[in-house]
Design a protein around this ligand. Sequence first.
Ligand code: IMP
Ligand code: MG
Length: 208
Amino acid sequence: MVSDPIDIRDQNSYTTDQFIVQEAFKPDLKQILISEGEIVSRISRMAEKISESTTKRVESELYAACVLKGALRFFGTLTPKLSPTGEYSEGVIHASRYTEGKTTETRAEVSVPERKTIEGKDVLIVEDIIDEGYTLESIVENISAQDPSSVSIAVLFDKRDRRKVEIDIDYTGFIVPDEFLVGYGLDYNERYRNLDHLASLDSSVLKG
Ligand code: IMP
Ligand code: MG
């Protein structure tokens, strides 16, 4: 749609010594794929596009929903840059795939804001990364059931090569390679969320 994501799948990456990276993280990281500066600049542009979309309808009431916890950092950078023409409010969505030993599980457990808070509003789902797509599929289903005026999706990172279900993403930051990624809010066992850049995790960490 309005999205013109930056595809970094064939781009050069950086070593962990070329940017400031916590020493404790360095042995676990393979490469830095996107620096914080690039991520923030891209989010500014995404915010501009989202704001433009609110000018199309006078009655628009934007409700930005942060998918916890991975999207917290993206949300915190994005939302101050928004300048919606109409009303604006925000909230959170909890989502988790049941993954324990069951790789076939395609449903995500989702809890969304109650009907009276999002009914009639233009809900913008703000998510860190889309992989197979099941999580966002469940979120959209749950949000739509609360009768919003519209639903749109902003995703910072898109692991497009792994998609299993088709989902229309309105705003995409970057198309990223099929690797396990951490940083800028993304975690592995709750670690690395506070890494400023997007990095690939070394396979030794995933095995151990
Ligand atoms: P999906 O249902 O396969 O699209 O999974 C999306 C969710 O899985 C995201 O919201 C993340 O929480 C998590 N996820 C997928 N890939 C990664 C990754 O590379 N690093 C960290 N979390 C990931
Ligand atoms: Mg997530």
